[in-house]
Design a protein around this ligand. Sequence first.
Ligand SMILES: Cc1ncc(COP(=O)(O)O)c(C=O)c1O
Length: 341
Amino acid sequence: MIITRVTDWIGCTPLLELRIRNSDWRLFLKLEKFNPGGSMKDRMARGMIDAAERSGRLKPGGTIVESSSGNTGTGLAMVAAERGYRFIVVVDHQTAKDKIRTMKALGATAVVIGADRPGDRVATADREALAREIAETTPGAVLMAQHENPANAASYDGLARDLVEVLGSFDLLIGSVGTGGSLCGTARGVKAQCPRTRVIGVEPKGSVIFGAQGGTYYQSGTGVPPDVALGSVIDYPLIDEGCTVGDAAAFNACRFMAHRFGLLLGGSAGGVIYAAAERLRTLPGSGTMVALVGDGGEKYLDTIYDDDWMTERRLLDRSVETDLAMVLTSIDASEDIHAAA
Ligand SMILES: Cc1ncc(COP(=O)(O)O)c(C=O)c1O
């Protein structure tokens, strides 16, 4: 394949099929880490910039501003570099160092806040307030406002089309919810073609999207903490069910995917896969489930994949890996040496 811009590669992501033990259900993981910026957020970064250009708000040589846990920022930095915009990203002290380095390497200016905060939890509300202030005080700057921006969810039209084209009509779509753009945007497109598809949203335990009690969590990018307002991109009627997954379950699910399938994934992906396996363990009959897997694990080597970091926070729980191995295996039965071992 020949491309003429790096962003032409956005959306070219594979579906990995896994086998469900003792079940006629099929599970497909949409591996969004294979977008050029390493996450599904590349799709919305390009979509929001396209929309800002079309509306005339973003002028040639202008400045883009956004608060990000890193993936939206990386996508925006990539598109900004390609199109000659300046990009200012506001991140917090909990943003993975590699994500900040990546954005800076792509030419972004990173403003890091929260180092004076006690503990090591994310400072989403402060980040968003500062991004707004920078956008308001910088001439020619445009705030992307991903939680309120309709172009966020609309950017996942292509993902929905791609899924239906490859799989036809399917039964269940499961994905994480932060701004809600990826799940609601995909759900909208899929339901338009396959109205019977049920949609399951996954948030970290401690996030308040589906009405559970608020608290703190380490899963990055996903969920809405209790001190942050829910944005208009979350379109509740499109989500048939919501569920929560704790950090330990999500992160040990990531480690299971690495150890069993050789696939490094981020924490929200671990949460989605854990929730998917919990459903598939007991779902009767047959059907097809698609899981949106947001990003890769390369950015979380110092946290999710670091035994000391996990142990210090009492998150290491090898029983999650054992439980998942009872449900998920490779589609190629001859490779199932793990079950025999
Ligand atoms: C890794 C990861 N997972 C999930 C999400 C949540 O996605 P959305 O904002 O589309 O709901 C994000 C958002 O930044 C993310 O970076």
